[in-house]
Write a protein that binds this ligand. Structure first.
Ligand code: C2E
Ligand code: CA
Ligand code: CA
Length: 567
Protein backbone atom coordinates (compact mmCIF):
# COMPACT_ATOMS: atom_id res chain seq x y z
CA UNK A 1 0.00 0.00 0.00
CA UNK A 2 1.12 3.58 -0.52
CA UNK A 3 4.41 4.00 1.30
CA UNK A 4 4.38 7.74 0.77
CA UNK A 5 1.28 8.12 2.86
CA UNK A 6 3.16 7.09 5.96
CA UNK A 7 6.58 8.52 5.13
CA UNK A 8 8.00 11.64 6.76
CA UNK A 9 6.11 13.58 9.37
CA UNK A 10 2.74 12.29 10.54
CA UNK A 11 -0.21 13.07 8.31
CA UNK A 12 -3.26 14.77 9.79
CA UNK A 13 -6.51 13.70 8.26
CA UNK A 14 -9.47 15.79 9.27
CA UNK A 15 -12.74 13.91 9.07
CA UNK A 16 -15.81 16.14 8.88
CA UNK A 17 -18.51 13.77 9.95
CA UNK A 18 -21.19 13.56 12.60
CA UNK A 19 -22.24 9.93 12.21
CA UNK A 20 -20.22 7.86 14.73
CA UNK A 21 -20.58 4.62 12.74
CA UNK A 22 -19.31 6.18 9.53
CA UNK A 23 -16.48 7.79 11.49
CA UNK A 24 -15.38 4.45 12.85
CA UNK A 25 -15.60 2.75 9.47
CA UNK A 26 -13.61 5.41 7.65
CA UNK A 27 -10.98 5.62 10.42
CA UNK A 28 -10.50 1.85 10.18
CA UNK A 29 -10.06 2.04 6.42
CA UNK A 30 -7.50 4.81 6.73
CA UNK A 31 -5.52 2.95 9.38
CA UNK A 32 -5.51 -0.15 7.16
CA UNK A 33 -3.80 1.66 4.30
CA UNK A 34 -1.65 4.21 6.10
CA UNK A 35 1.64 2.61 7.01
CA UNK A 36 2.61 4.91 9.91
CA UNK A 37 2.25 8.33 11.46
CA UNK A 38 -1.43 9.06 11.00
CA UNK A 39 -3.41 11.46 13.15
CA UNK A 40 -7.15 11.41 12.54
CA UNK A 41 -9.11 14.28 13.97
CA UNK A 42 -12.83 14.69 13.74
CA UNK A 43 -15.04 17.74 13.37
CA UNK A 44 -18.80 17.45 13.77
CA UNK A 45 -19.66 20.46 11.68
CA UNK A 46 -18.24 22.58 8.90
CA UNK A 47 -17.83 25.43 11.39
CA UNK A 48 -15.74 23.25 13.73
CA UNK A 49 -13.74 21.99 10.78
CA UNK A 50 -12.98 25.54 9.66
CA UNK A 51 -11.68 26.41 13.10
CA UNK A 52 -9.64 23.22 13.26
CA UNK A 53 -8.08 23.98 9.85
CA UNK A 54 -7.21 27.51 10.89
CA UNK A 55 -5.73 26.31 14.17
CA UNK A 56 -3.89 23.17 13.15
CA UNK A 57 -4.14 22.72 9.39
CA UNK A 58 -4.40 19.22 7.88
CA UNK A 59 -2.75 17.04 5.25
CA UNK A 60 -6.11 16.07 3.82
CA UNK A 61 -9.78 16.67 4.58
CA UNK A 62 -12.51 14.03 4.21
CA UNK A 63 -15.81 15.86 4.07
CA UNK A 64 -18.98 13.79 4.49
CA UNK A 65 -21.85 15.77 3.02
CA UNK A 66 -24.67 13.43 4.04
CA UNK A 67 -27.57 15.64 5.09
CA UNK A 68 -25.67 18.89 4.51
CA UNK A 69 -28.28 21.45 3.38
CA UNK A 70 -25.68 23.57 1.51
CA UNK A 71 -23.02 21.12 0.30
CA UNK A 72 -21.37 23.44 -2.23
CA UNK A 73 -21.05 26.27 0.27
CA UNK A 74 -19.44 23.85 2.75
CA UNK A 75 -16.79 22.84 0.21
CA UNK A 76 -16.11 26.48 -0.60
CA UNK A 77 -15.79 27.42 3.05
CA UNK A 78 -13.28 24.67 3.83
CA UNK A 79 -11.19 25.24 0.73
CA UNK A 80 -11.12 28.93 1.59
CA UNK A 81 -9.90 28.16 5.11
CA UNK A 82 -7.15 25.88 3.84
CA UNK A 83 -6.41 26.67 0.19
CA UNK A 84 -3.44 24.29 0.12
CA UNK A 85 -5.15 21.27 1.67
CA UNK A 86 -6.83 18.67 -0.56
CA UNK A 87 -10.50 18.01 0.17
CA UNK A 88 -12.19 14.70 -0.66
CA UNK A 89 -15.95 14.80 -0.57
CA UNK A 90 -18.00 11.75 0.48
CA UNK A 91 -21.55 11.53 -0.87
CA UNK A 92 -24.50 9.13 -0.47
CA UNK A 93 -25.09 8.53 -4.15
CA UNK A 94 -23.39 9.30 -7.42
CA UNK A 95 -24.40 12.65 -8.92
CA UNK A 96 -22.12 13.83 -11.67
CA UNK A 97 -23.46 17.39 -11.76
CA UNK A 98 -22.82 17.80 -8.08
CA UNK A 99 -19.37 16.24 -8.49
CA UNK A 100 -18.39 18.83 -11.09
CA UNK A 101 -19.75 21.61 -8.90
CA UNK A 102 -17.81 20.31 -5.88
CA UNK A 103 -14.55 20.18 -7.83
CA UNK A 104 -15.14 23.71 -9.12
CA UNK A 105 -15.61 24.82 -5.54
CA UNK A 106 -12.24 23.46 -4.49
CA UNK A 107 -12.71 19.72 -3.85
CA UNK A 108 -10.13 17.32 -5.24
CA UNK A 109 -12.34 14.26 -5.55
CA UNK A 110 -15.85 12.98 -4.84
CA UNK A 111 -16.37 9.41 -3.59
CA UNK A 112 -19.61 7.50 -3.10
CA UNK A 113 -19.71 6.12 0.44
CA UNK A 114 -21.48 2.84 -0.34
CA UNK A 115 -18.78 1.95 -2.90
CA UNK A 116 -15.90 2.84 -0.60
CA UNK A 117 -13.09 0.36 0.06
CA UNK A 118 -9.92 0.90 2.06
CA UNK A 119 -7.83 0.61 -1.10
CA UNK A 120 -9.95 3.10 -3.03
CA UNK A 121 -9.92 5.60 -0.18
CA UNK A 122 -6.16 5.28 0.27
CA UNK A 123 -5.57 5.74 -3.43
CA UNK A 124 -7.87 8.76 -3.65
CA UNK A 125 -6.18 10.38 -0.65
CA UNK A 126 -2.73 9.80 -2.08
CA UNK A 127 -3.63 11.19 -5.49
CA UNK A 128 -5.42 14.17 -3.98
CA UNK A 129 -2.38 15.07 -1.87
CA UNK A 130 -0.07 14.72 -4.87
CA UNK A 131 -2.37 16.72 -7.11
CA UNK A 132 -2.46 19.57 -4.61
CA UNK A 133 1.31 19.48 -4.30
CA UNK A 134 1.91 19.66 -8.02
CA UNK A 135 -0.73 22.37 -8.32
CA UNK A 136 1.30 24.43 -5.85
CA UNK A 137 4.52 23.66 -7.72
CA UNK A 138 2.90 24.69 -11.00
CA UNK A 139 1.62 27.91 -9.51
CA UNK A 140 5.17 28.61 -8.37
CA UNK A 141 6.55 27.81 -11.83
CA UNK A 142 4.00 30.03 -13.50
CA UNK A 143 5.42 32.98 -11.60
CA UNK A 144 9.13 32.32 -11.99
CA UNK A 145 11.60 32.23 -14.81
CA UNK A 146 12.95 28.67 -15.14
CA UNK A 147 16.48 29.73 -16.12
CA UNK A 148 17.27 32.20 -13.34
CA UNK A 149 14.53 31.26 -10.84
CA UNK A 150 13.75 34.96 -10.55
CA UNK A 151 10.17 36.22 -10.55
CA UNK A 152 8.89 36.50 -14.13
CA UNK A 153 7.06 39.32 -15.86
CA UNK A 154 3.65 38.27 -14.51
CA UNK A 155 4.82 38.21 -10.90
CA UNK A 156 6.69 41.48 -11.34
CA UNK A 157 3.59 43.22 -12.67
CA UNK A 158 1.55 41.74 -9.84
CA UNK A 159 3.95 43.09 -7.22
CA UNK A 160 4.08 46.42 -8.99
CA UNK A 161 0.28 46.61 -8.89
CA UNK A 162 0.30 46.02 -5.13
CA UNK A 163 3.08 48.59 -4.69
CA UNK A 164 1.24 51.23 -6.73
CA UNK A 165 -1.93 50.66 -4.70
CA UNK A 166 0.04 51.19 -1.54
CA UNK A 167 1.77 54.25 -2.96
CA UNK A 168 -1.65 55.73 -3.75
CA UNK A 169 -2.57 55.40 -0.07
CA UNK A 170 0.71 56.46 1.49
CA UNK A 171 2.03 58.94 -1.07
CA UNK A 172 5.44 57.23 -0.95
CA UNK A 173 6.78 56.92 -4.53
CA UNK A 174 7.63 53.63 -6.20
CA UNK A 175 10.89 53.24 -8.09
CA UNK A 176 11.01 50.99 -11.15
CA UNK A 177 14.21 50.21 -13.04
CA UNK A 178 14.49 48.59 -16.43
CA UNK A 179 17.83 46.97 -17.22
CA UNK A 180 19.08 45.67 -20.53
CA UNK A 181 22.42 43.93 -21.05
CA UNK A 182 24.66 45.79 -23.53
CA UNK A 183 25.82 43.65 -26.45
CA UNK A 184 24.01 40.52 -25.31
CA UNK A 185 23.43 39.40 -28.88
CA UNK A 186 27.19 39.48 -29.50
CA UNK A 187 27.80 37.27 -26.46
CA UNK A 188 25.31 34.74 -27.80
CA UNK A 189 26.75 34.90 -31.32
CA UNK A 190 30.40 34.60 -30.27
CA UNK A 191 30.22 32.23 -27.32
CA UNK A 192 26.99 30.34 -27.97
CA UNK A 193 23.64 30.29 -26.23
CA UNK A 194 24.81 28.43 -23.17
CA UNK A 195 27.26 31.28 -22.53
CA UNK A 196 24.36 33.71 -22.85
CA UNK A 197 22.38 31.64 -20.33
CA UNK A 198 25.33 31.65 -17.98
CA UNK A 199 25.60 35.44 -18.12
CA UNK A 200 21.92 35.78 -17.29
CA UNK A 201 22.09 33.38 -14.33
CA UNK A 202 25.21 34.99 -12.91
CA UNK A 203 23.69 38.45 -13.21
CA UNK A 204 20.45 37.24 -11.61
CA UNK A 205 22.41 35.89 -8.64
CA UNK A 206 24.38 39.12 -8.22
CA UNK A 207 21.30 41.33 -8.44
CA UNK A 208 19.44 39.13 -5.97
CA UNK A 209 22.21 39.49 -3.40
CA UNK A 210 22.23 43.29 -3.70
CA UNK A 211 18.61 43.78 -2.81
CA UNK A 212 16.63 43.88 0.40
CA UNK A 213 14.01 41.14 0.75
CA UNK A 214 11.25 43.67 0.13
CA UNK A 215 12.75 44.73 -3.22
CA UNK A 216 12.06 42.76 -6.36
CA UNK A 217 14.24 41.89 -9.32
CA UNK A 218 12.57 40.00 -12.13
CA UNK A 219 13.56 38.57 -15.46
CA UNK A 220 11.21 40.53 -17.65
CA UNK A 221 12.15 38.73 -20.85
CA UNK A 222 15.27 37.93 -22.92
CA UNK A 223 18.15 39.93 -21.48
CA UNK A 224 15.86 42.39 -19.70
CA UNK A 225 15.62 42.62 -15.94
CA UNK A 226 13.22 44.85 -14.02
CA UNK A 227 13.53 46.11 -10.45
CA UNK A 228 10.94 47.37 -8.02
CA UNK A 229 11.75 49.44 -4.94
CA UNK A 230 9.52 50.98 -2.33
CA UNK A 231 10.58 53.46 0.30
CA UNK A 232 13.74 54.82 -1.34
CA UNK A 233 14.24 58.14 0.35
CA UNK A 234 15.51 60.34 -2.44
CA UNK A 235 16.47 60.56 -6.07
CA UNK A 236 20.09 60.25 -4.96
CA UNK A 237 19.35 56.98 -3.21
CA UNK A 238 17.69 55.63 -6.38
CA UNK A 239 20.76 56.69 -8.37
CA UNK A 240 23.04 55.01 -5.85
CA UNK A 241 21.13 51.75 -6.18
CA UNK A 242 21.31 51.91 -10.01
CA UNK A 243 25.03 52.56 -9.67
CA UNK A 244 25.47 49.52 -7.45
CA UNK A 245 23.51 47.32 -9.83
CA UNK A 246 25.65 48.28 -12.77
CA UNK A 247 28.87 47.83 -10.76
CA UNK A 248 27.82 44.34 -9.75
CA UNK A 249 27.22 43.48 -13.42
CA UNK A 250 30.67 44.79 -14.31
CA UNK A 251 32.49 42.35 -11.97
CA UNK A 252 34.62 39.93 -14.03
CA UNK A 253 32.90 36.81 -15.29
CA UNK A 254 34.71 33.76 -16.66
CA UNK A 255 33.32 32.25 -19.84
CA UNK A 256 35.20 29.41 -21.49
CA UNK A 257 38.75 30.61 -21.15
CA UNK A 258 38.03 34.30 -21.44
CA UNK A 259 37.21 36.82 -18.74
CA UNK A 260 34.56 39.30 -19.55
CA UNK A 261 32.89 42.24 -17.99
CA UNK A 262 29.21 42.89 -18.62
CA UNK A 263 27.93 46.40 -19.21
CA UNK A 264 24.28 47.23 -18.66
CA UNK A 265 21.95 50.10 -19.46
CA UNK A 266 19.42 51.05 -16.82
CA UNK A 267 16.36 53.28 -17.00
CA UNK A 268 15.02 54.59 -13.72
CA UNK A 269 11.44 55.77 -13.24
CA UNK A 270 10.39 57.34 -9.98
CA UNK A 271 6.62 57.16 -9.88
CA UNK A 272 5.07 59.64 -7.51
CA UNK A 273 1.84 60.52 -9.30
CA UNK A 274 -0.96 58.44 -7.86
CA UNK A 275 -2.75 57.99 -11.18
CA UNK A 276 0.15 56.39 -13.06
CA UNK A 277 -1.05 53.13 -14.61
CA UNK A 278 0.84 49.89 -14.37
CA UNK A 279 1.95 49.74 -18.01
CA UNK A 280 2.80 53.43 -18.02
CA UNK A 281 5.14 52.91 -15.07
CA UNK A 282 7.12 50.19 -16.82
CA UNK A 283 7.09 52.16 -20.07
CA UNK A 284 8.74 55.15 -18.39
CA UNK A 285 11.60 53.01 -17.09
CA UNK A 286 11.89 51.38 -20.50
CA UNK A 287 12.03 54.79 -22.24
CA UNK A 288 14.78 55.95 -19.88
CA UNK A 289 16.67 52.72 -20.57
CA UNK A 290 16.53 53.43 -24.31
CA UNK A 291 17.96 56.87 -23.71
CA UNK A 292 20.81 55.28 -21.76
CA UNK A 293 21.46 53.02 -24.78
CA UNK A 294 21.35 55.99 -27.16
CA UNK A 295 23.90 57.75 -25.02
CA UNK A 296 26.29 54.83 -25.56
CA UNK A 297 25.13 52.32 -22.94
CA UNK A 298 26.91 51.28 -19.72
CA UNK A 299 25.01 53.96 -17.81
CA UNK A 300 21.72 54.75 -16.19
CA UNK A 301 19.22 57.46 -17.01
CA UNK A 302 16.35 58.91 -15.04
CA UNK A 303 12.93 59.30 -16.64
CA UNK A 304 11.57 62.86 -16.75
CA UNK A 305 11.41 65.11 -13.75
CA UNK A 306 12.33 63.82 -10.31
CA UNK A 307 9.22 63.01 -8.29
CA UNK A 308 10.57 62.16 -4.86
CA UNK A 309 10.08 64.87 -2.32
CA UNK A 310 10.05 64.43 1.40
CA UNK A 311 6.61 65.53 2.52
CA UNK A 312 7.02 68.70 4.51
CA UNK A 313 5.30 68.62 7.84
CA UNK A 314 4.69 72.37 7.72
CA UNK A 315 6.70 75.01 9.58
CA UNK A 316 4.08 75.34 12.29
CA UNK A 317 4.24 71.69 13.23
CA UNK A 318 7.56 71.72 15.09
CA UNK A 319 6.63 74.15 17.89
CA UNK A 320 3.26 72.42 18.17
CA UNK A 321 4.92 69.02 18.59
CA UNK A 322 7.20 70.49 21.25
CA UNK A 323 4.12 71.41 23.25
CA UNK A 324 2.09 68.31 22.46
CA UNK A 325 3.38 66.39 25.48
CA UNK A 326 2.67 69.20 27.96
CA UNK A 327 -0.74 69.76 26.44
CA UNK A 328 -1.59 66.07 26.76
CA UNK A 329 -2.26 65.74 23.03
CA UNK A 330 -0.47 62.43 22.58
CA UNK A 331 -2.31 59.11 22.75
CA UNK A 332 -1.24 55.50 22.71
CA UNK A 333 -3.27 52.97 20.74
CA UNK A 334 -2.88 49.24 21.11
CA UNK A 335 -2.98 46.59 18.42
CA UNK A 336 -3.43 42.94 19.42
CA UNK A 337 -0.83 40.35 18.48
CA UNK A 338 -1.99 36.74 18.21
CA UNK A 339 -0.18 33.45 18.31
CA UNK A 340 -0.59 31.07 15.37
CA UNK A 341 1.13 28.10 16.96
CA UNK A 342 -1.51 25.78 18.38
CA UNK A 343 -4.69 27.69 19.05
CA UNK A 344 -5.08 31.21 17.78
CA UNK A 345 -5.00 33.40 20.81
CA UNK A 346 -4.18 36.86 22.04
CA UNK A 347 -0.64 37.10 23.38
CA UNK A 348 -0.04 40.83 23.60
CA UNK A 349 -0.37 44.33 22.20
CA UNK A 350 1.82 46.74 20.27
CA UNK A 351 1.73 50.32 21.56
CA UNK A 352 1.44 52.85 18.71
CA UNK A 353 1.57 56.56 19.33
CA UNK A 354 -0.93 59.08 17.90
CA UNK A 355 -1.10 62.85 18.09
CA UNK A 356 -4.49 64.38 18.68
CA UNK A 357 -3.72 67.69 17.03
CA UNK A 358 -6.20 70.44 17.99
CA UNK A 359 -6.80 71.44 14.34
CA UNK A 360 -5.70 68.50 12.25
CA UNK A 361 -7.36 65.83 14.33
CA UNK A 362 -5.86 62.43 15.13
CA UNK A 363 -2.53 62.16 13.33
CA UNK A 364 -0.76 58.86 12.68
CA UNK A 365 2.98 58.48 13.26
CA UNK A 366 3.76 58.76 9.51
CA UNK A 367 2.81 62.42 9.75
CA UNK A 368 5.04 63.44 12.64
CA UNK A 369 7.54 60.67 13.44
CA UNK A 370 10.23 61.95 11.06
CA UNK A 371 9.94 65.39 12.65
CA UNK A 372 10.15 63.90 16.13
CA UNK A 373 13.21 61.94 15.11
CA UNK A 374 14.95 64.90 13.41
CA UNK A 375 14.34 67.28 16.28
CA UNK A 376 15.16 64.77 19.02
CA UNK A 377 11.65 65.15 20.42
CA UNK A 378 11.33 61.38 20.00
CA UNK A 379 13.33 60.98 23.22
CA UNK A 380 10.77 62.55 25.62
CA UNK A 381 7.87 61.23 23.49
CA UNK A 382 9.35 57.73 23.50
CA UNK A 383 9.81 57.82 27.29
CA UNK A 384 6.21 58.86 27.71
CA UNK A 385 4.95 56.05 25.44
CA UNK A 386 7.00 53.53 27.42
CA UNK A 387 5.53 54.66 30.73
CA UNK A 388 2.00 54.64 29.34
CA UNK A 389 2.44 51.18 27.87
CA UNK A 390 3.89 49.75 31.08
CA UNK A 391 1.03 51.18 33.16
CA UNK A 392 -1.59 49.97 30.73
CA UNK A 393 -0.25 46.46 30.37
CA UNK A 394 -0.28 46.10 34.15
CA UNK A 395 -4.02 46.84 33.99
CA UNK A 396 -4.61 44.50 31.05
CA UNK A 397 -2.81 41.74 32.94
CA UNK A 398 -5.25 41.94 35.82
CA UNK A 399 -7.69 40.01 33.66
CA UNK A 400 -5.24 38.42 31.19
CA UNK A 401 -2.01 37.71 33.11
CA UNK A 402 -0.26 36.34 30.00
CA UNK A 403 -0.40 39.44 27.77
CA UNK A 404 2.68 41.54 27.06
CA UNK A 405 3.22 44.93 25.43
CA UNK A 406 5.57 45.89 22.61
CA UNK A 407 6.95 49.39 22.21
CA UNK A 408 8.82 50.72 19.17
CA UNK A 409 12.28 52.24 19.39
CA UNK A 410 13.46 54.63 16.69
CA UNK A 411 17.14 54.67 15.60
CA UNK A 412 17.73 57.77 17.72
CA UNK A 413 16.22 56.13 20.82
CA UNK A 414 18.38 53.06 20.23
CA UNK A 415 21.48 55.22 20.21
CA UNK A 416 20.42 57.23 23.24
CA UNK A 417 22.92 56.57 26.04
CA UNK A 418 20.39 57.52 28.72
CA UNK A 419 17.70 55.06 27.60
CA UNK A 420 18.84 52.20 29.79
CA UNK A 421 18.85 54.20 33.03
CA UNK A 422 15.51 55.86 32.42
CA UNK A 423 13.93 52.55 31.43
CA UNK A 424 15.31 50.84 34.53
CA UNK A 425 13.92 53.65 36.65
CA UNK A 426 10.50 53.48 34.98
CA UNK A 427 10.29 49.73 35.49
CA UNK A 428 11.30 50.03 39.12
CA UNK A 429 9.02 52.99 39.80
CA UNK A 430 5.95 51.16 38.53
CA UNK A 431 6.95 47.87 40.15
CA UNK A 432 6.72 46.19 36.74
CA UNK A 433 7.97 42.79 35.67
CA UNK A 434 10.50 43.57 32.88
CA UNK A 435 9.38 40.40 31.08
CA UNK A 436 6.06 42.02 30.12
CA UNK A 437 7.82 44.53 27.89
CA UNK A 438 9.14 43.93 24.41
CA UNK A 439 11.12 46.60 22.54
CA UNK A 440 11.00 46.59 18.74
CA UNK A 441 14.02 47.87 16.85
CA UNK A 442 13.81 48.40 13.08
CA UNK A 443 16.07 46.23 10.94
CA UNK A 444 17.37 49.36 9.23
CA UNK A 445 18.70 50.67 12.58
CA UNK A 446 20.42 47.35 13.25
CA UNK A 447 21.94 47.29 9.76
CA UNK A 448 23.10 50.92 9.93
CA UNK A 449 25.33 50.29 12.92
CA UNK A 450 25.40 46.65 14.03
CA UNK A 451 28.20 47.33 16.53
CA UNK A 452 26.25 49.88 18.57
CA UNK A 453 22.96 48.02 18.15
CA UNK A 454 24.44 44.78 19.50
CA UNK A 455 25.90 46.59 22.53
CA UNK A 456 22.70 48.46 23.38
CA UNK A 457 20.51 45.38 22.84
CA UNK A 458 22.76 43.28 25.05
CA UNK A 459 22.35 45.81 27.86
CA UNK A 460 18.56 45.87 27.40
CA UNK A 461 18.54 42.09 27.35
CA UNK A 462 20.30 42.11 30.73
CA UNK A 463 17.31 43.98 32.13
CA UNK A 464 15.14 40.97 31.31
CA UNK A 465 12.98 42.59 28.65
CA UNK A 466 12.06 40.94 25.35
CA UNK A 467 13.56 42.30 22.13
CA UNK A 468 12.37 42.21 18.53
CA UNK A 469 13.81 43.09 15.16
CA UNK A 470 11.05 45.11 13.49
CA UNK A 471 10.16 45.68 9.83
CA UNK A 472 12.32 42.76 8.77
CA UNK A 473 12.80 42.80 5.02
CA UNK A 474 13.18 46.57 4.73
CA UNK A 475 16.85 46.67 5.69
CA UNK A 476 19.98 44.92 4.63
CA UNK A 477 21.10 43.38 7.90
CA UNK A 478 23.34 40.41 7.16
CA UNK A 479 22.69 37.04 8.73
CA UNK A 480 25.89 37.48 10.69
CA UNK A 481 24.69 40.78 12.13
CA UNK A 482 21.32 39.28 13.02
CA UNK A 483 23.04 36.38 14.72
CA UNK A 484 24.89 38.77 17.01
CA UNK A 485 21.72 40.48 18.25
CA UNK A 486 20.38 39.07 21.50
CA UNK A 487 16.76 39.25 20.31
CA UNK A 488 13.78 36.94 20.67
CA UNK A 489 11.35 37.94 17.94
CA UNK A 490 11.57 38.66 14.23
CA UNK A 491 8.73 40.80 12.88
CA UNK A 492 8.25 40.51 9.15
CA UNK A 493 7.37 43.78 7.49
CA UNK A 494 3.93 44.16 6.01
CA UNK A 495 5.30 44.85 2.51
CA UNK A 496 6.23 41.17 2.31
CA UNK A 497 2.92 40.09 3.84
CA UNK A 498 0.92 42.21 1.39
CA UNK A 499 2.26 40.10 -1.46
CA UNK A 500 0.57 36.98 -0.17
CA UNK A 501 -2.43 37.69 -2.39
CA UNK A 502 -5.22 35.22 -2.97
CA UNK A 503 -4.34 32.45 -5.35
CA UNK A 504 -0.73 33.43 -6.04
CA UNK A 505 2.22 31.50 -4.73
CA UNK A 506 4.24 34.62 -4.07
CA UNK A 507 5.81 33.40 -0.86
CA UNK A 508 9.52 33.77 -1.74
CA UNK A 509 10.41 36.61 0.59
CA UNK A 510 8.32 35.49 3.54
CA UNK A 511 9.29 31.84 3.26
CA UNK A 512 12.96 32.80 3.40
CA UNK A 513 12.36 35.18 6.31
CA UNK A 514 10.51 32.54 8.35
CA UNK A 515 13.27 30.02 7.73
CA UNK A 516 15.97 32.49 8.65
CA UNK A 517 14.13 33.49 11.82
CA UNK A 518 13.69 29.88 12.88
CA UNK A 519 17.29 29.04 12.04
CA UNK A 520 18.27 31.86 14.42
CA UNK A 521 15.95 30.42 17.06
CA UNK A 522 13.55 33.37 16.90
CA UNK A 523 9.80 33.58 17.15
CA UNK A 524 8.56 34.86 13.78
CA UNK A 525 5.65 37.30 13.70
CA UNK A 526 4.01 38.69 10.56
CA UNK A 527 2.61 42.23 10.62
CA UNK A 528 -0.07 43.76 8.42
CA UNK A 529 -2.14 40.59 8.00
CA UNK A 530 -5.34 41.69 6.29
CA UNK A 531 -6.94 38.64 4.66
CA UNK A 532 -7.81 35.03 5.45
CA UNK A 533 -5.74 33.91 2.48
CA UNK A 534 -2.66 35.66 3.89
CA UNK A 535 -3.28 34.04 7.25
CA UNK A 536 -3.61 30.58 5.71
CA UNK A 537 -0.38 31.06 3.73
CA UNK A 538 1.47 32.29 6.85
CA UNK A 539 0.33 29.22 8.76
CA UNK A 540 1.50 27.01 5.92
CA UNK A 541 4.90 28.69 6.08
CA UNK A 542 5.15 28.03 9.81
CA UNK A 543 4.86 31.60 11.04
CA UNK A 544 4.46 31.74 14.85
CA UNK A 545 2.48 34.92 15.35
CA UNK A 546 0.55 37.61 13.52
CA UNK A 547 -0.79 41.10 13.80
CA UNK A 548 -3.00 43.07 11.45
CA UNK A 549 -6.36 44.52 10.54
CA UNK A 550 -7.72 40.98 10.05
CA UNK A 551 -7.65 40.61 13.83
CA UNK A 552 -7.98 44.22 14.89
CA UNK A 553 -6.93 47.76 14.11
CA UNK A 554 -4.97 49.61 16.78
CA UNK A 555 -7.44 50.88 19.38
CA UNK A 556 -7.47 53.21 22.38
CA UNK A 557 -7.08 51.62 25.80
CA UNK A 558 -10.85 51.68 26.37
CA UNK A 559 -11.16 49.45 23.32
CA UNK A 560 -8.75 46.96 24.86
CA UNK A 561 -10.66 46.97 28.11
CA UNK A 562 -13.91 46.18 26.34
CA UNK A 563 -12.15 43.48 24.32
CA UNK A 564 -10.87 41.92 27.53
CA UNK A 565 -14.20 42.49 29.27
CA UNK A 566 -12.54 44.39 32.09
CA UNK A 567 -14.70 47.50 31.98
P1 C2E B 1 5.37 49.60 12.80
O1 C2E B 1 6.23 49.35 13.97
O2 C2E B 1 5.60 48.79 11.59
O3 C2E B 1 3.87 49.48 13.31
C1 C2E B 1 2.87 48.82 12.63
C2 C2E B 1 2.11 49.79 11.75
O4 C2E B 1 1.31 49.04 10.87
C3 C2E B 1 1.14 50.66 12.54
O5 C2E B 1 1.07 51.90 11.86
C4 C2E B 1 -0.17 49.91 12.38
O6 C2E B 1 -1.30 50.72 12.54
C5 C2E B 1 -0.04 49.42 10.97
N1 C2E B 1 -0.83 48.24 10.72
C6 C2E B 1 -1.14 47.27 11.59
N2 C2E B 1 -1.86 46.30 11.00
C7 C2E B 1 -2.00 46.66 9.72
C8 C2E B 1 -2.64 46.06 8.59
O7 C2E B 1 -3.23 44.99 8.66
N3 C2E B 1 -2.55 46.72 7.41
C9 C2E B 1 -1.91 47.91 7.29
N4 C2E B 1 -1.87 48.49 6.11
N5 C2E B 1 -1.28 48.50 8.33
C10 C2E B 1 -1.33 47.88 9.53
P2 C2E B 1 1.18 53.27 12.63
O8 C2E B 1 0.45 53.21 13.92
O9 C2E B 1 0.81 54.31 11.64
O10 C2E B 1 2.70 53.35 12.97
C11 C2E B 1 3.64 53.58 11.97
C12 C2E B 1 5.04 53.45 12.48
O11 C2E B 1 5.39 54.50 13.39
C13 C2E B 1 5.27 52.16 13.26
O12 C2E B 1 5.48 51.13 12.34
C14 C2E B 1 6.49 52.52 14.08
O13 C2E B 1 7.65 52.33 13.34
C15 C2E B 1 6.32 54.00 14.32
N6 C2E B 1 5.82 54.22 15.68
C16 C2E B 1 4.56 54.17 16.14
N7 C2E B 1 4.51 54.43 17.46
C17 C2E B 1 5.78 54.66 17.85
C18 C2E B 1 6.40 54.98 19.12
O14 C2E B 1 5.75 55.10 20.17
N8 C2E B 1 7.75 55.14 19.12
C19 C2E B 1 8.49 54.99 18.00
N9 C2E B 1 9.81 55.15 18.09
N10 C2E B 1 7.94 54.68 16.80
C20 C2E B 1 6.61 54.52 16.73
CA1 CA C 1 6.59 47.80 15.35
CA1 CA D 1 6.45 47.55 9.89
Amino acid sequence: MPQELGAGKPARVLLVQDDPRATMMISEMLRAVWSAGLIISQAHSVADATQELLDHGATCVLLDLAGDPAPVASVQQLSGAAPHTPIIVLVERDDEDFGVEAVRSGAQDVLVKSELTAAALGRAARLAIERKRSEAALALQALHDPLTALPNRALFLDRLRVALDRSRRTGVPVVVMFLDVDGFKAINDTHGHSAGDLVLTVLAGRFGRLLRPMDTVARFGGDEFTFLFEGLESEQEAALVAQRISESARQPLAIGDSQMSIAVSIGVAIVGDPEAALEETVRRADTAMYRAKELGGARFELFGEPAIHTPVAGPDLEPALRQALDRCELRVHYQPRVSLAGHTGLVGFEALVRWDHPERGLMEPDQFMALAEDTGLIIPIGDWVLEQALDQVAQFRESRPEVTVSVNLSPRQLHDAGLLDRLTAAIRRGGHDPGVLCLEVPETAVAADPEVAARQLAALNELGIQLAIDDFGTGRASTRDLQRMPVHILKIDRTLVSRLQDGTADTDGIGAAVQLGHALGLCVVAEGVETDAQLAALRDLGCDGAQGYLFSRPMPEEGVHSLLGTR
